[in-house]
Design a binder for this molecule. Structure first.
Ligand code: NAD
Length: 488
């Protein structure tokens, strides 16, 4: 291990450049400086990776030798743990993520959480007998066998790149699949670093793990999603691209597992302790709001609206952001100039549609460089307006007043998304009753955290198909075979 980042891809067991040596620049969004080059794959490189993964699945015993798989995954977890201090600055540099977050969900906890999926290899019931059944006068026993689905294409976004790479790689490999990982163009090193450790510090056979980086996701990504050699796509990203992937997958009827966008509601009921609950709403701006499950709509009761808005205003004014290498900051910049322009466009739209901008509302001009946007608080937001309906993916909160619990539930569910949410009340029963009426894949009640390696995570409606993590997440990578045997 010499250089501090890995510019090469992993294809068929070798760390390689793209065909013709093409590269593109990986840029630090806080400084706008080039961190280094990375391989810029073309369609031919992707085809080579797909063929390698197919061959490794069909011709090695990776899919069937569970003890070997487990030993290899333990090697990978240990290598990641050993080298995590080399990876940490890379994540901060390429994502613009606050360093404090890398000690939690942006890096360290995901390495620890790998063990849960590794343990599934021994814990999972791979086969079970159904017992005797009579059919056409024949008595038969039935054996239900779970097998890896085959070659899995893993496509990940830039907001929590390392965590999402591992959230897909670990269960896919533990299940016995072989994989082609295609990270987002903005965050290649969080994937190539894993490829390097796979190649140099594990016995994972050539072709089992392939990592393909490209500046042009459309051409290379569509090669992966359309290939008849690929059995499933596991995707995290925007709803628009998710729909395109489902469309591409339809041609070969491959399984498509989608974790998509969100516009989650934080419902604060009128009997909640506002002084305990509302100061935390500034955390909507954590990582500059670049999280799919962040509660970006705050629903406050009309009867205590002004009191609530005042607490939120203070939380937004005091929110610490800036240089992501500074431990005091909870947010850095947006990931690139395009995202910053997109977020600023939504802020202008919010103003134009009549919402009141109480804090922020523009680029953070105190920084000479970097794609920073001010934490921005909109109040009196119409629940049907653009900033209440569309995912902004920036440090922007829309506060919406409601009349009673039924009205709060109606507004929360007035969304094409259904990813997450939260409910707070002085009464746990009342909060839970409201939570049960929210049509989302996860909900926090009175501050309870739903996240865990064993917690299924995913969305209702246009927030996705399927679940990541937990037994359900593991089973996304499995097929089911029923074998009939003569009854003895
Ligand atoms: P994106 O959809 O633009 O890109 C995601 C990935 O898809 C990237 O690797 C990209 O290169 C690739 N891609 C783009 N076009 C493709 C195509 N035609 N074929 C194949 N691959 C293609 O998303 P993003 O902007 O990188 O990430 C932000 C989005 O991700 C937000 O909408 C956010 O809500 C969502 N997200 C969801 C979750 C979740 O678990 N639900 C988690 C994180 C982020």
């Amino acid at each position: 291990m010499t250089s501090t980042f890995e510019p090469r891809m992993l294809i068929d067991g070798a760390l390689v450049e793209a065909e013709g040596g093409a590269t593109y620049d990986n840029v630090n969004p806080a400084t706008e400086e080039v961190i280094g080059p990375v391989a810029d794959a073309g369609v031919n490189d992707m085809q080579r990776a797909i063929r390698a993964a197919r061959r490794a699945f069909d011709e090695t015993d990776w899919a069937t030798d569970r003890a070997f798989r487990k030993a290899c995954l333990v090697q990978l977890r240990e290598a990641l743990e050993k080298h995590k201090e080399e990876l940490r600055p890379q994540i901060v540099a390429e994502v613009g993520a606050p360093i404090a977050l890398t000690y939690a969900i942006q890096q360290d906890t995901c390495i620890e959480d790998m063990q849960w999926d590794i343990d599934m290899i021994d814990r999972y019931e791979w086969e079970r007998e159904l017992g005797v059944h009579e059919f056409f006068g024949l008595r038969s026993n039935r054996l239900v066998v779970r097998e890896p689905i085959g070659v899995a294409g893993l496509i990940t976004p830039w907001n929590f790149p390392f965590m999402l790479n591992l959230s897909k790689l670990t269960p896919a490999l533990a299940a016995g699949c072989t994989v082609v990982l295609k990270p987002a163009p903005d965050t290649p090193y969080s994937a190539t670093w894993i490829g390097r450790l796979v190649a140099q510090e594990t016995d994972i056979p050539p072709g089992v793990v392939n990592v393909v980086t490209s500046a042009d996701p459309a051409a290379v990504g569509e090669e992966l999603t359309g290939s008849p050699l690929v059995d499933m796509i596991s995707f995290t990203g925007s709803t628009a691209v998710g729909k395109r992937i489902a469309e591409r997958g339809a041609a070969t009827l491959k399984r498509v597992f989608l974790e998509l966008g969100g516009k989650s509601a934080n419902i604060v009921l009128d009997d909640a302790d506002f002084s305990a609950v509302l100061p935390g709403t500034g955390m909507v701006c954590m990582h500059s709001g670049q999280g799919c499950a962040i509660t970006t709509r705050l629903l406050l009761p009309r009867s205590r609206y002004d009191e609530g808005v005042e607490i939120v205003r203070q939380a937004f004014e005091q929110f610490p952001y800036g240089d992501p290498t500074d431990f005091a900051n909870m947010a850095g910049p947006l990931v690139n100039a395009k995202q910053r322009e997109r977020v600023l466009g939504y802020i202008e739209k919010g103003k134009a549609e009549g919402a009141r901008c109480l804090v922020g509302g523009g680029p953070a001009t105190q920084f000479e460089r970097g794609y920073f946007v001010q934490p921005t608080l909109f109040v009196d937001v119409d629940p049907d307006s653009t900033i209440a309906q569309e995912e902004i993916f920036g440090p922007v909160l829309a506060v919406i007043p409601y009349e009673d619990d039924d009205d709060a539930v109606r507004i929360a569910n007035n969304s094409r998304y259904g990813l997450s949410g939260s409910v707070s009340s002085g009464s746990l029963d009342r909060a839970l009753a409201v939570a049960r009426r929210i049509r989302t894949g996860t909900v926090s009640v009175n501050g309870g955290q739903w996240y865990g390696p064993d917690s299924p995570f995913g969305g209702y409606k246009e927030s996705g198909l399927g679940r990541e993590h937990g037994v359900q997440g593991f089973e996304e990578y499995l097929e089911t075979k029923t074998i009939g045997l003569p009854a003895s």
